[in-house]
Design a protein around this ligand. Structure first.
Ligand code: CS2
Ligand code: MG
Length: 402
């Protein structure tokens, strides 16, 4: 079997997605997500100009060798652009292998380790009252785990919170919008938010919270400690992780579980975090962490240190990534939870999916491969539209953590 065609499909059915399609001389094809939010075209170029020509003629069954070829062969290892491109190739090749075997992808990884996959969704609002309503709606939809974010009094735009009447979509403008952040207002407000949620909804719900790298380690330690009475499932991205040692300080002060990793693209980004047991969950997922081939190495390393997986699943990860991640989650022994930010009906008309939601849990479906496909004709109707993530400043204008 040989690879005879490689296509990069860019579309924007409500938001931008980049999809790689690898076609074989036997007619079987596979697809992989290659979306890097706000920087999509860099990955398109990486794939079209450098990877696609080198893939032609290769045996698609040699997934490991092809991964190493592009990782080591580039000379310039790691980085979000290159690793997203490699992830797309890897996902498409696993899709092909599973289709040839006539099996759902999770079977090739070792079969399922659970009956169903717990997911968490987002509940957010402009203030505590509307956030409480949003939590109630998520509970009605069956979710057992909910990420809670709220607008902060005195802060006019909060990342992670939808603008009035709109669905939450962080990449919102042709050029980055600038928002203002106040650490003090946030730290004083957030424990009150979680006290209100526990008061109204009791102790059984799993509650999560995303800090979006806005704090320093000692500030994050204060937040983790203040949130302990509300027993969060996790506190996510408390600080930026370039300095992995920052997590040591947080860890020494609080028992609130810590999750990080959605911006990681390599096992080396989390090596110290894992081996020092400074975290509890790794949030890396298929599209940004080098595909299934590298993600399972991260998971195996994490398992040695009692750390579980909690894959990123925002809407900028396409249904192709979600499908592949759900197969991974079904298999991975040290599974924790999967994020689920639902894609719109329009998005799911361009991408057909086999995965199913039922009462707070997903199953990946039994279709051969990862079970997600793209309708190329429909995709053409929604051309790329540049959309950037916002930039954050403190009240005095200082550019702040992101
Ligand atoms: C967020 C994302 O889902 C999450 O946990 O942090 O909304 C993230 O900001 C976006 O995926 C960025 O592209
Ligand atoms: Mg996050």
């Amino acid at each position: 079997m040989k690879i005879c065609d490689v296509k990069v499909i860019v579309c924007s059915p409500g938001r931008n997605f980049v999809t790689l399609k690898i076609v074989t001389d036997e007619g079987v094809y596979g697809i992989g997500d290659a979306t890097l939010n706000g920087r999509e075209k860099s990955v398109v170029s990486y794939l079209e100009d450098y990877i696609a020509p080198a893939l032609l003629g290769k045996d698609p069954h040699r997934i490991e060798d092809i991964w190493q070829y592009f990782y080591r062969g580039a000379y310039w290892r790691r980085g979000p652009v290159g690793m997203t491109a490699i992830a797309a190739v890897d996902t498409a090749l696993w899709d092909i292998k599973a289709k040839v075997a006539g099996l759902p992808l999770y079977q090739l990884l070792g079969g399922r380790s659970r009956d169903k996959i717990m997911v968490y969704t987002h509940a957010n609002g402009a203030d505590i009252a509307s956030t409480l309503d949003a939590v109630g709606k998520a509970v009605e939809q069956g979710y057992k785990a909910i990420r809670v974010q709220s607008g902060i009094p005195g802060v006019n735009s909060t990342y992670g919170v939808a603008k009035a009447g709109q669905k939450y979509e962080p990449a919102d403008a042709d050029l980055p919008t600038e928002t203002v952040w106040s650490t003090e207002k946030y730290l004083n407000f957030t424990p009150r938010l979680f006290a209100a949620v526990r008061e109204q909804y009791g102790d059984d719900l799993h509650l999560l919270h995303d800090v979006h790298h806005r704090l320093t380690p000692i500030e994050a330690a204060r937040l983790g400690k203040a949130l302990e009475p509300f027993h969060l499932f996790w506190m996510e991205d408390p600080v930026a992780a370039e300095n992995q040692q920052g997590f040591k300080l947080i860890r020494e002060h609080t028992t609130t579980p810590i999750a990080v990793g959605e911006v990681f693209n390599s096992i080396h980004d989390c090596q110290a975090l894992i081996q020092n047991q400074w975290i509890d969950y790794i949030r890396s997922t298929v599209v940004h962490a080098g595909g299934i081939t590298q993600l399972r190495r991260i998971a195996d390393l994490a398992a040695l240190y009692h750390i579980r997986m909690g894959c990123h699943g925002a809407t900028d990860l396409s249904p192709v990534c979600m499908g592949a991640a759900l197969h991974f989650d079904y298999w991975v022994p040290n599974f924790g939870i999967q994020e689920h930010m639902p894609h719109s009906e329009l998005m799911e008309s361009v991408f057909s999916v086999s995965y199913k939601f039922d009462d707070g849990y997903f199953t990946p479906g039994e279709a051969p491969g990862h079970g997600v496909d793209i309708n190329e004709d429909l995709a053409k109707k929604y051309p790329y539209k540049r959309a950037c993530l916002p930039v954050n400043r403190l009240e005095d204008g200082t550019l702040w953590h992101w």
